[in-house]
Design a protein around this ligand. Structure first.
Ligand SMILES: Cc1ncc(C[n+]2csc(CCOP(=O)(O)OP(=O)(O)O)c2C)c(N)n1
Length: 634
C-alpha cells in the first residue's frame, strides 16, 4: 500500500496533525486507519478484531483530547494498534511484535503517548485514578485522564477495586467502557448480562432520558437555581438512576450507551464530557472486528488470527505436511476430558481463556463440569480451592504470567489449606511475540518457595498426561504442572496413563564428561544435541528432573558424586528457579562443582520469536552446545 491510499492518514504523524483536520474528515481518517490495520496485520500477524472495533473511538479520543498531556490509559492494550499508528509509529508499525520492533502493547519506553505499560487486563481504572490524583497534587487541573476498558476486562476484581475507589475520590477521570460483549471468547457473567440489559431495556433508557431531559430544562433557569438543581439532581439521581444503574450507584455519572462507530457523535460527546467534572463513565457499544466481515462473524478466531488474505478473508495456514505434534494446550484439553470421564470429581476452570487453554474441548463435551469464570484469576483459584474443600478435584488452568495475579490465592487459599487443586500453568517460559508482559518467566521461582505445593514441568506430551493423571489421584495436595506455549514433540501423543512418583526425575542419557539437568520441555533442545555431542566425542549425561519441588535429591546426589561440571537448564528465571534449587542442594550437601545456570537472566525480555529469545538469553541449542564446550575447555 502506498501513501496515496492513505490520503489523510499519511499526513498524520502525531495527534496534533489529526487535530488540525475538520470534524468532517474524521470518518475518512477512520476508514483509512482501519484499512491500514488490515493491510499490516494481514501480513504481519497480531491482535486484530479488538483494534478494528475501537478505530472510531481511537480517532475521536485523540481528536478531542490533548494527548500526550491528556492521558489515555488503554486496558490490556491489544486494541491499541490504531493508537500506535496515530501517535508517530505508522512507518514502523510493520515491525509490530517482531524482534526489536514495535511492541504489541502500549509501552512506556516506546512512546510518550503510551501513558501506562500494559498487557495484562483490568489495570486501566486504577492507573488512571492514580494519574488523576497525581494531577490534582501537582495542580494540573486541566489534565484529562481517560481509561479505556473492555467489558471483558471489567469483570476482574481489580477493575471493581478501581471503580470503588474512584467513586469517592471525585477525581476527573473518564472511564470509556468499550462494550462488545466479547472477551477473547464470548464474555460471561452477571455484569455481561447487566450491560446487555442496560442497553436493551427500554424502560431504563426512557427513565434515564427523561431524567437528563428534565435536568437539561431545569438548567435553563439560570445560575441562581444552582443549589436547587443540585438538590433535585441528587434527589432524582438517588431515587432513579442510582437504584437502577450500577455505575451511578458507585458515584460515577453514567453516559450512554452510544454508538462507538459513529466517530462524529463520539467526538462531540467526548468534547461535552471534558467539561463535566468528577468520575464519569461513557458506555460505548462497538463490534469486535468491525469492518472486516469474517472478523465480525467469528470474533474469537479473529482475536488473533495469524496471517490472512485480506481480499478473501481466508486465514493462511502454515504448511502442515505430515503428522504433526500437537500443541501442549490441546494435550491438556483432550486429557482432562479423558480423566474426567473416569473421575467424576474433576472440574475444569479457566479465567476467560477457554480457547487459549483448550478447556473449550471440555466445555463442549461436559458443559456442566467446566467453567469460564471471566477475567478473574484470583477468583478462579479461590473458586477452585472451594470446590476442593468440598471434595471436588479442580483443574484450574491459567497462563503462567496471569497466575502472577493470583499468588496469594495459591498460598493462602490453597497451599496453606492443603487442598487438592491442580494448577495447569500454560505458556510457561518465553512465549514469543506477546513479549515481556506475557512471558511465563517467574512461575518456577515463585511456586518453588511455597510449602505444600508440588511443582512439576513435563518434557513432552506423554509426561504432561502422566503428570495430570498423577495429580488427580487421591490426596496429592496442590499440584502445579507448567508447560510451554506451542507444540510438543510427539505426533503419537495418546499414550496410556502411568502414575509418576512425585519428586522423581530420570536419567535420559548416561555420560561421563558433563551433566545437563533440565526441567520441562526446554530439555528437548538437549535431546536435539545428542548426535552432535556424539559426533564431537563429548560425553554428556542428561537428566530430566520433572519436579522442581520436591526436587529429586537421590538423583542430585548421584550427579554431584559423578560430575564436577554441571549445567542446569530452565525456560524460566535463573533467579530463585530450578538452577537455584540445584545450587541450594549443592551448598547444603557440601558438594563442590562448577554449576552454570542457563535460563532467563534477571531482566525483562522483550518480544521476538521463541528461538530468537532463547538465543538472546543464552539457552538456544547453539548456546547450550557452546556452554558445554566452554566448560570442558576450562
Ligand atoms: C489478567 C489477564 N487475563 C487474561 C488476559 C488475556 N486476554 C487478553 S485480551 C482478553 C479479552 C479482553 O476482553 P475485553 O477487555 O472486553 O476486550 P476486547 O478484546 O473485547 O476488545 C483476554 C482475556 C489478559 N491479557 N490479562
Amino acid at each position: 500500500m502506498t501513501d496515496e491510499h492513505y490520503e489523510l492518514l499519511s499526513r498524520i504523524n502525531s495527534p496534533a496533525d489529526l487535530r488540525k483536520l475538520k470534524a468532517d474528515d474524521l470518518m475518512q481518517v477512520s476508514n483509512e486507519l482501519r484499512q491500514f490495520i488490515i493491510d499490516v496485520v494481514s501480513s504481519n500477524p497480531g491482535h486484530f478484531g479488538a483494534s478494528l472495533g475501537v478505530v472510531e473511538l481511537t480517532v475521536a479520543l485523540h481528536y478531542v483530547f490533548n494527548t500526550p498531556y491528556d492521558r489515555i490509559v488503554w486496558d490490556v492494550g491489544h486494541q491499541a494498534y490504531g493508537h500506535k499508528i496515530l501517535t508517530g509509529r505508522r512507518d514502523i508499525f510493520h515491525t509490530n511484535r517482531k524482534y526489536k520492533g514495535v511492541s504489541g502493547f502500549p509501552n512506556r519506553f516506546e512512546s510518550e503517548y503510551d501513558s501506562f505499560g500494559v498487557g495484562h487486563s483490568s489495570t486501566s481504572i486504577s492507573a488512571a485514578l492514580g494519574m488523576a490524583v497525581a494531577a490534582q497534587k501537582k495542580d494540573e487541573t486541566d489534565r484529562n485522564i481517560i481509561a479505556v476498558i473492555g467489558d471483558g476486562s471489567m469483570t476482574a476484581g481489580l477493575a471493581f477495586e478501581g471503580l470503588n475507589n474512584a467513586g469517592i475520590e471525585h477525581s476527573n477521570i473518564l472511564v470509556v467502557l468499550n462494550d462488545n460483549h466479547m472477551a477473547i471468547d464470548p464474555n460471561v457473567g452477571a455484569l455481561n448480562e447487566y450491560l446487555l440489559d442496560i442497553t436493551t431495556s427500554k424502560t431504563y433508557n426512557k427513565v434515564k432520558d427523561d431524567v437528563w431531559n428534565t435536568l437539561g430544562k431545569i438548567r435553563k433557569f439560570g445560575p441562581n437555581t444552582q443549589a436547587f438543581i443540585q438538590k433535585i439532581e441528587n434527589g432524582i439521581k438517588s431515587i432513579i438512576l442510582r437504584q437502577s444503574n450500577f455505575f451511578e450507584a458507585l458515584n460515577f455519572r453514567y453516559f450512554g450507551p452510544v454508538d462507538g462507530h459513529d466517530v462524529n457523535h463520539l467526538a462531540s460527546v467526548l468534547a461535552d464530557l471534558k467539561h463535566i467534572s468528577g468520575p464519569k463513565l461513557l458506555h460505548c457499544q462497538t463490534k469486535k472486528g468491525k469492518g472486516f466481515k469474517n472478523a465480525e462473524l467469528e470474533q474469537t478466531i479473529w482475536h488473533a488470527p495469524g496471517k490472512f488474505d485480506k481480499k478473501t478473508g481466508e486465514i493462511i495456514k502454515s504448511n502442515t505436511e505430515g503428522k504433526q505434534a500437537p500443541k501442549f494446550q490441546d494435550v491438556f484439553g483432550h486429557t482432562i476430558v479423558e480423566l474426567a470421564e473416569k473421575n467424576d470429581k474433576i472440574i475444569g476452570i479457566t479465567p476467560a481463556m477457554p480457547t487459549g487453554s483448550s478447556l473449550n474441548i471440555m466445555m463442549e463435551k461436559m458443559p456442566d463440569r467446566a467453567f469460564d469464570v471471566g477475567i478473574a484469576e484470583q477468583h478462579a483459584v479461590t473458586f477452585s480451592a472451594g470446590l476442593a474443600a468440598d471434595g471436588m478435584m479442580p483443574f484450574c488452568n491459567i497462563y503462567s504470567s496471569f497466575m502472577q495475579r493470583a499468588y496469594d490465592q495459591v498460598i493462602h487459599d490453597t497451599a496453606l489449606q492443603n487442598l487438592n487443586v491442580v494448577f495447569c500453568l500454560d505458556r510457561g517460559g518465553l512465549v514469543g511475540a506477546d513479549g515481556a508482559t506475557h512471558h511465563g518467566a517467574f512461575d518456577l521461582a515463585y511456586m518453588r518457595c511455597v510449602p505444600n505445593l508440588t511443582v512439576s514441568a513435563p518434557l513432552n506430551e506423554e509426561e504432561l498426561r502422566n503428570l495430570m493423571y498423577t495429580a488427580q489421584l487421591p490426596d496429592k495436595g496442590a499440584f502445579v504442572i507448567r508447560y510451554p506455549r506451542g507444540k510438543g514433540v510427539m505426533p503419537d501423543w495418546k499414550t496410556d496413563f502411568k502414575e509418576l512418583e512425585i519428586g522423581k526425575g530420570r536419567v535420559l542419557k548416561q555420560g561421563m564428561d558433563i551433566a545437563i539437568l533440565s526441567i520441562g520441555a526446554i530439555g528437548n533442545l538437549v535431546l536435539n544435541l545428542y548426535s552432535k555431542f556424539e559426533n564431537e566425542g563429548i560425553s554428556v549425561e542428561h537428566c530430566d528432573m520433572r519436579f522442581v519441588k520436591p526436587i529429586d535429591t537421590n538423583l542430585l546426589h548421584q550427579v554431584f558424586s559423578k560430575f564436577d561440571k554441571i549445567i542446569t537448564l530452565e525456560d524460566g528465571t535463573i533467579v530463585g528457579g530450578f538452577g537455584s534449587a540445584v545450587l541450594e542442594f549443592m551448598s547444603e550437601n557440601n558438594y563442590s562443582a562448577k554449576v552454570v545456570r542457563l535460563g532467563i537472566p534477571d531482566r525483562f525480555i522483550e518480544h521476538g520469536t521463541q528461538p530468537e529469545l532463547y538465543k538472546e538469553c543464552g539457552y538456544d541449542e547453539g548456546s547450550i552446545y557452546q556452554t558445554v564446550v566452554d566448560m570442558l575447555g576450562e
